[in-house]
Ligand binder design. Sequence first.
Ligand code: PFF
Length: 465
Amino acid sequence: MQENREQWSSKTSFILAAAGSAVGLGNIWKFPYIAGENGGAAFLFIYLICIILIGLPILNIEILLGRTTKKNPVGAFVALSDSTFWKYVGVLGVFASFTILSFYSVVGGWSIAYTYEALIGTFNTTAFDNPSAAGKFFDLKNSSAAWVLGYHTLFLSLVVIILLSGVRAGLEKASKFLMPVLIFILLILVVQGLILPDANKGVSFLFQPDWSKINGQTILLALGHAFFTLSLGMGAMMTYGSYLSDKDDVVNASYLVAFLDTIIAIFAGLAIFTVVFSSGYDPTAGPGLVFHVLPPLLSDLVGGYIFAFLFFLLLSIAAITSGISILEVSVAYLVDEKNVPRKKAVLIMASLVYLAAIPCALSFNILSESTFDFQGKPFTFFDIADYLASNVLLPLGGLFLAIFAGYFWGIDDVIKNLLVGESNSIYFGNSIAKSKNFKSIFGFTVKYICPFLIFLVFLYSIGWI
Ligand code: PFF
C-alpha cells in the first residue's frame, strides 16, 4: 500500500489544499458570529494569541507526523509508538471527523441552498425585506426535513465526487481551482464593504477591543475556534501532510497556511461587519448572522443581486474544500489500515457520515424538541455535535498531540525531522526552522505552554473550573 501512496504534485499544491481545509465555514460563517457576540476586536486579539501560541506549533506537529509516517492518524501513532493508548488517540481523531462532518454538512447544504436562492432572485423579494423576515424564511425552509436533508445530501455528494478521484486528480485539482476563486470573490466583497457609508464602524468593531466582553467562556471559544479554523486536533492536517514528500518543508508551509487562514477570517469579518454596521444592524445575531442578516442587507445594495450570489458561492466553496479534508481522514484510515480500495472506502465512510448527520439535519424540524440541558441551555443534536467537536474533541486531540511530541516522540527527534526538507523557502527567503532560537522556543511551547493552556481551557469547557 505504502509504495502506491499518492503525493501532492508540488509544495504549492499542498499549501493550497491545506489552506482549503483550514479556510471554511469556520472563517466565513463561524468567526464573524462568535466575534460579533464576544466583543469583536477583543475576541480577535485572544484568538490571534491562541493561533500563535498553540495553533502554529500543533499545526507543525500534525503535518510533520503525517509527512514522517506517511500514514493516517491511527497509523501514524502506531508507527511511532508501541502503546495502544496512542492508537486510540488516532481513533479519537476519526471519531471527531464524523462528529464535525455531521453538522458541517448541514451548514454546507444551507450554503448551497442559499447560493441557489440568490441565483433565482429570492433575496430581492418581500420575504427578504429585513433580517427578521429573512429569519422567518430560514426557519420556514428548515422546518422541512426534506429540504435540509436534500441539501445535506447534495453537499456530501459533491465532497464524495471530489474524493473519488483521489489525491492529485481530486483533492489537489479542486483546491487549486477553488481557492483562487474564493480569494477573488472575497476581495470583491471586502472592497464593496469598505466603500459603503459608515463602513468605518464595522472596521472599528473588528479592530477596537472592548475588553469588558472577555471572560473564561470567551477564551474557551477562542481556543476551540483556533483548533477548528486551522483544522487541528483530529488528524486532517496529518493526513494531508502524509501526502507530502520528505523534500517538502513543514515549518514554512505551516506559517503560510496559518497566515492565509487568519487573513481570510479577518477579511470575511470586514466584508460582513461593514455591511451590517452600514445598515445599522446588530452584529450579535449569532449563528444566523450570515443566513438571516446578510441576504436582506446585501440585496439592498447597488448590485446586491450579484453580491448576495457571490457571498453564498464563497461560503459553499469554502465548505467544500474543508469538507473533503474532513472525510479524507477516515478514508485514509480505511485505505491504510484495512487495505480497502480508495473508492470503496470513500463510499463506506460517506454513507456512515450521511447517517450520523441525520439527527443534526432533523434538529431544525422533527427533532427540534429533542434537546438536552447543558449549562442551562437546551442543546439540539446539531448544537451538541458542534460543541463536542470544537470545544472538547479538537482541543483534547491537540493536547494529546503536544504531549506525544513533547514527551514521547521527544523534542530532539521532532526538531531533527522538522529540519528534513527545510530548504531556503521560496516564500520566506529563509527557513524559519533553521533560525537561531527556533529549537528552544518551539520545544518550550510544545512541552509546557501548549499542554498547560489547553488543559486549563479543557477543564473549563467540561465545567470543572
Ligand atoms: N477548518 C475548517 C473551517 O474553518 O471551517 C473546519 C475543519 C476542517 C475542522 C477540517 C477540522 C478539520 F479537520
